[in-house]
Design a protein. Sequence first.
Length: 41
Amino acid sequence: MITAKVNDRRVFSQLENWDQGRAKPNAQAVLLIRMVAQFPG
């Protein structure tokens, strides 16, 4: 699906920006990141 590829690319780009300090995740993203870290798999 083309839409999924575009979305995947956008998410990966955003993660790179956060990792490199060029952008800051919003509150919803922070919550999701913390939940995944606390409850993996």
